[in-house]
Design a protein around this ligand. Structure first.
Ligand code: NAP
Length: 295
C-alpha cells in the first residue's frame, strides 16, 4: 500500500504562520504581546532541547518568552515560590515547568501550584477535569497536536476504532478521552492499552487509528498493524548515529520502515507529532493571552 505522511513539520509551520499573523494584528491594534514563561530544572539533554525549541518557537511567532533555570538541587519551596510569583505577574500569560523534575520535588505539588489560568501545558487537575467533561480548556500539547494533525489531514475519527497504547497523564489518557468525546474530532470507539493489556496484538490489529505512546523504541511492528490503518507515533528516542552531524538521530515507538507500507497514513519521527506538540503550546499561550478560556 502506498502511504501518506502525516507531516507535522509542514502543518506546524502553517499554524505558526497563522499565529504570527494574529499576533501582528493584536500588537498593531495596541494589544498585549503574548508571554510564555518556562521553568527548567537541571541540565538533562532532552529537556534542554525541548525547552530551547519552545523558546525559539515563541520568537518565531512574535511571543515574548522568559526562561527561568535552576540547578538540579533546587528546593521544592524555591520552585513553589517562583511559580506563585509568576502566577501573580500580570505580564506572563502562560507558564510551563519542563518535566521530568528531580525526584526530591513532588511533580503533583508543582503542577497544582500553577494557576489553572496560566497552565498552558494543560496538566493541572482542574484543566484535565474540564477536558474530561468536554468543557473549553487548555488541552495538553501532545494530544491537542495529534487531534489537529488528524483534523488537518481530513482523517475521519467518527465511528472508527482507535487503539491507544500508553495511559500516561500527558499523552495516552487525554488523547483517548479526546477521541471518545462527543465532538467533531472525536466520536471514535477507543481502546486504551497499557503494560497489563493481554493480547495487545489482537487489539492493535483491530485499529483503524493506532496511537503509539509507549516510550519503547520501535515497539510497534508490522504484524501488529491492520492493512490501511492510520498510525500516529508519539515516541521519541535518541539513538547514536555516525551518519548525522549531531552524532544521534531520532526513532519512534513504531518500526517505521516495516509498518509504513501497511498504512494509509503514518507520522514520521522526527517531523510528526513533535512539532505539533510545540505549536499546540503556542496556541494555548495565545489563547491564555486572549483570555479565551478563563476571563
Ligand atoms: P510514559 O509515561 O512512560 O507511559 C508509557 C505507557 O506505555 C504506560 O502507560 C505504560 O503502561 C505503557 N507501556 C509500557 N510498556 C508497554 C507494553 N509492553 N505494552 C503496552 N503498554 C506498555 O510515556 P509518555 O510520557 O506517554 O511518553 C511516551 C513516549 O512519547 C516517550 O517516548 C516520550 O519520549 C514520547 N513523548 C513525545 C512527545 C512529543 O512531543 N512527540 C511528547 C510526550 C512524550 P503502564 O501504565 O502499565 O506502565
Amino acid at each position: 500500500m502506498s502511504y501518506k505522511l502525516l507531516n507535522g513539520k509542514e502543518i506546524s509551520a502553517q499554524i505558526k504562520n497563522e499565529i504570527a499573523e494574529e499576533v501582528k494584528n493584536i500588537i498593531a491594534k495596541g494589544g498585549k504581546q503574548p508571554h510564555l514563561a518556562a521553568i527548567l530544572v537541571g541540565t538533562d539533554g532532552a529537556s534542554e532541547t525541548y525547552v530551547a525549541h519552545k523558546v525559539k518557537s515563541c520568537e518565531q511567532v512574535g511571543f515574548k518568552s522568559s526562561l527561568i533555570r535552576y540547578n538540579t538541587d533546587v528546593s521544592q519551596e524555591t520552585l513553589v515560590k517562583k511559580i506563585i510569583e509568576i502566577n501573580e505577574n500580570t505580564d506572563i500569560d502562560g507558564l510551563i515547568v519542563q518535566l521530568p523534575i528531580p525526584d526530591h520535588i513532588s511533580e503533583d505539588k508543582i503542577i497544582e501550584t500553577i494557576d489553572p489560568k496560566k497552565d498552558v501545558d494543560g496538566f493541572h487537575p482542574v484543566n484535565i477535569g474540564k477536558l474530561t467533561i468536554g468543557l473549553p480548556t487548555y488541552i495538553s500539547a501532545t494530544p491537542k497536536g495529534i487531534i489537529e494533525l488528524l483534523k488537518r489531514n481530513n482523517i475521519e475519527t467518527s465511528g472508527k476504532h482507535c487503539v491507544v497504547i500508553g495511559r500516561s497523564n500527558i499523552v495516552g489518557k487525554p488523547v483517548s478521552i479526546l477521541l471518545s468525546q462527543k465532538s467533531e474530532t472525536g466520536n471514535a470507539t477507543v481502546t486504551l492499552c497499557h503494560s497489563r493489556t493481554i493480547n495487545l496484538k489482537e487489539i492493535t490489529l483491530q485499529a483503524d487509528i493506532l496511537i503509539a505512546a509507549i516510550g519503547k523504541k520501535e515497539f510497534v511492528t508490522a504484524d501488529m498493524v491492520k492493512e490501511g490503518a492510520v498510525v500516529v507515533d508519539v515516541g521519541i528516542h535518541r539513538v547514536k548515529s555516525d551518519k548525522t552531524k549531531s552524532g544521534w538521530k531520532l526513532k519512534g515507538d513504531v518500526k517505521f520502515d516495516e509498518v509504513a507500507p501497511k498504512c494509509s497514513y503514518i507520522t514520521p519521527v522526527p517531523g510528526g507529532v513533535g512539532p505539533m506538540t510545540i505549536v499546540s503550546l503556542l496556541q494555548n499561550t495565545l489563547s491564555a493571552s486572549k483570555k479565551e478560556i478563563y476571563k
